[in-house]
Structure formats: C-alpha cells, structure tokens
Design a binder for this molecule. Structure first.
Ligand code: HEM
Length: 416
C-alpha cells in the first residue's frame, strides 16, 4: 500500500473524481505507481479525462466483465460512442467493418458470429501449431545480428504472431507488412486524442483491407483450401452461415487481434524476465514452469489496460457507483492484475504463485477467442529465445509507447 502523493494525479475524496492525464509520461512509463495509489485510496473512481467511472479492483473488473446488464454494443446502434453526435460519413468503411465485428456486438448477433468463428478457429487445434511456431522462432533467431544491438520487436515479437495468423487464415505470408500497416492504421482509432487525419487514414485502411479480403475470399470460394478462411466460408451453425460482410469483419478482427496484443505482450514479457536478473532459463526449465512464467507475465505487465462497457439500464454498480442507461464505464485490466486485495505481493513477479489468475484476456462472453493461441505463441517464443540466447540483455532502457491503454514498448533494443 502506498500513501505517497503523486504530483501528476489529483483526487477529490468526496466525489471520487481523479484527474490524471493518460499521456503524462511518468504514468505511461509506469502506470503501476498510480494503480497502487488508486488501489489504496479509491479502486473505483470517476476519471475526469475520460468522463466516466472506472473500476480497477480485481473482483469488480472480473464481475463487471461478466455482467450481462453491460455490454460492448452501443445502445443506439452505432458501432461505438466515439463521436455520437458527429458526422461519421468519413468513417463509412471503418464503421462497416465494426458493424459486423463480434467484439462490438452483443447477443444474439454476438452469439451467432462467435459460434461460427470459434468453430472454425478451434477446429484448427491450436496445439498442433507448436512445431511450426518452434521452427519459426528458431528461423527468426538465426537471422539476429551477432554481437550488435538490435530491436527485438520487429526482429522477433512482431513477425512471429503475424506469420502464424496469416498462415492459419491462408492469407499470403508476404502480405505480412501490408497487414501490419492496415492493422496499425485501424487500431489508431482507439488511441486517446485521435485527429481527423487519423480517422481518414483508418477509414482508407479499412476500405483497402476489406477490398483485399473480398477478392481473396472469392478466390477461396472457387478453390477452397485447408485454411481458416475456407473454414469460415463453409462454417455453418443451424443452417446459418457468415455473410460476406461478416466474413470480412471476422477476418480483419482475427488478423488485427491476432497479433497487436501478442506482439506487445511478448515485448513486455521479455522486459519483465530480463529485469529479474540471473539465468532466464530457470523460468522455462519444464513445460509447467514455462506455462507458469507466461501466466505471471500476462498478469504482471499486460498489453491492454482499458476496455469500456455500455450500461443498459439505470443501475447501481459495485462500490456504490450509480450509473444511468447509455453511460459508459471503464474496466482497468492492468490495474486489476495488480490488486493487493487479490494477490499476495501484487507488485512482485512470482511465477507459479498460489493466487495465479488474470483478467488480461477479459472474462465472460467476450473472453478472448485467441487466448490458447496467444499462450502457446508466448510459451514457445519465450522459451526458445532464452534457451538459445541465455546471455541476452538490454542494450538500452526500453520506453513504452505514448498510448497508455495499449501498453507496449516503442523499441526493445537487446544484444545477444
Ligand atoms: C496476449 C495476447 C492477447 C491479449 C492480451 C488479448 C486480449 C483480449 C481481451 C482483453 C479481449 C476481450 C475484450 C473485451 O472484453 O472487451 C479479447 C477479445 C478477443 N480476442 Fe484477444 N487477446 C490476445 C490475443 C489474441 C489472438 C492471438 C487472437 C486471435 C487469433 C485474438 C482474438 C480475439 C477476438 C476475436 C476477440 C473478441 C471476442 C468476442 O468479442 O467475443 N486475441 N482479447
């Protein structure tokens, strides 16, 4: 528990209002200091900069993620609230993608889409990808420069998940850089303080991405293969299929979600492991130890820190917070993972801890479809990296990108 005052955070006890600029560099570089303060003083608070109530207690976040009185879908039918009363005509292509994205929908539409996508996704039996992920990790390590510092993110953390998800979907792997570009430009829509330029660019990226997938799906329809896109085209549930718009949205969601978070979780995990000092191989000595190390990395420094929910009826939420229908609230996953009421020595990295759990993949009906794949990629890539390069060390102190709720490193310069 900390009672130290933070000069970049102000708090009004009576109203539980917090003023904290999410772009404040000290917060971006180490949000856990502010989280510890908030846990000690007010795990639920009204965050002025976002204009909404936020919850950071583990049990509250876990419960609210599962609460069916809340949801991701906007009650007024617009993909999201970002600019409800603004003209969104310049976002037509972006909104078209989001309108059919399971991540932005609630039952019954969500159930139907998720069942169809999940059927195709799990039928790929994630575990059988292990040898391919191992081979790819080794190939990438073979290409690391010898005795010179290099950035581990583009050399290892990014190409691994993007190659795997592109191969799974049956999208040409050479398209990797183009997919990354479209994805980054679309994800920029979720960053704090975006501009009209970002919106126009995200819309162009969504349009190009959709056109590419429509053409590609037409090819697959003519000549189906053993890939996820072909499976999605044929996936059926009670005689229902994905229509073309849903297919495009689902594929974009899998491609974007399939690497954005994993890249940054891998970078954060490498930084965490290196910060422990000593021989990193001790964390990966057995499959059980590797799985435990990855779970603790997911808890200790997650890549996604904030998700919002709409409230569908006037209600009282935990800790006496009352909200009205249509309002949004925020769930702070990164803060919940460090709750001292839920974890012994919450700020310590303790793989295999008795209270191991995490909300990094969410909970409830939107629980991450890709969690088994992300876990496998992280286990294989971290173990292979540290087994092959046990002497690897930081060449520079890494800095986080100035996007607090997408909590990932700008660069991760290492020397092997
Ligand atoms: C470490 C890596 C990852 C993290 C931390 C992560 C985190 C999350 C979280 C927190 C959610 C729920 C959001 C909410 O409740 O509002 C989610 C949903 C989702 N994730 Fe992941 N994810 C990761 C990797 C992946 C991968 C590899 C894929 C696919 C290949 C994927 C696909 C999805 C999809 C499709 C959803 C939407 C599920 C739904 O709405 O029902 N994710 N992810």
């Amino acid at each position: 528990m900390t009672s130290k005052t933070l000069d970049y955070l102000s708090f009004d006890r009576a109203s539980r209002r917090v003023s904290l600029d999410p772009r404040e560099p000290r917060f971006v570089q180490n949000p856990y200091e502010a989280y510890a303060w908030l846990h000690a003083h007010s795990p639920a608070f009204f965050w002025e900069q976002f204009g909404m109530w936020c919850f950071g207690g583990y049990d509250d976040v876990n419960r609210l993620l599962r609460d069916r009185g809340l949801g991701r879908q906007s009650p007024v039918g617009i993909p999201d609230s970002r600019g409800l009363d603004q003209d969104r005509s310049h976002l037509a292509a972006f909104d078209a993608v989001e309108a059919h994205s399971m991540l932005e929908l609630e039952p019954p539409a969500h159930t139907r889409l998720r069942t169809l996508v999940n059927r195709a996704f799990v039928s790929r039996q994630i575990e059988r990808l292990r040898p391919r992920i191992e081979a790819l990790a080794n190939e990438l390590i073979d290409r690391f420069p010898a005795n010179a510092p290099f950035d581990l993110l583009p050399a290892y953390a990014a190409p691994l998940p993007i190659t795997i998800i592109a191969e799974m979907l049956g999208v040409p792997v050479e398209m990797g850089p183009q997919l990354l570009d479209w994805s980054h430009r679309m994800v920029a829509m979720y960053m704090h303080g975006r501009t009209r330029e970002t919106e126009d660019d995200a819309n162009r990226a969504a349009g190009e991405f959709s056109d590419f997938l429509r053409g590609y799906a037409a090819e697959r329809r003519r000549k189906p293969g053993d890939d996820l896109l072909s499976l999605l085209l044929s996936a059926q549930e009670d005689g229902q299929k994905l229509n073309e718009d849903e297919l495009v949205s689902s594929t974009i969601l899998l491609l974007n979600a399939g690497h954005e978070a994993t890249v940054h979780q891998a970078g954060n995990a490498v930084r965490t492991i290196l910060a422990q000092g000593g021989d990193p191989r001790r964390f990966f000595a057995t499959p059980g130890a590797t799985a435990a190390a990855v779970e603790e990395c997911l808890r200790y420094d997650a890549p996604l820190h904030l998700f919002t929910r709409y409230v569908y009826a006037d209600t009282e939420l935990p800790r006496g917070v009352t909200v009205k229908a249509g309002q949004q609230i925020s769930l702070l996953l990164g803060m919940a993972n460090r709750d001292p009421a839920a974890f012994a020595d919450a700020s310590d990295f303790v793989p295999g801890r008795a209270d191991q759990k995490t909300v990094s993949f969410g909970a409830g009906i939107h629980f991450c479809i890709g969690a088994p794949l992300a876990r496998l990629e992280l286990q294989v890539s971290l173990k292979t990296l540290f087994d092959r390069l046990p002497e690897i060390r930081l060449a520079d102190e890494p800095a986080f990108r100035n996007t607090w709720h997408f909590h990932g490193l700008e660069t991760l310069s290492v020397i092997g």
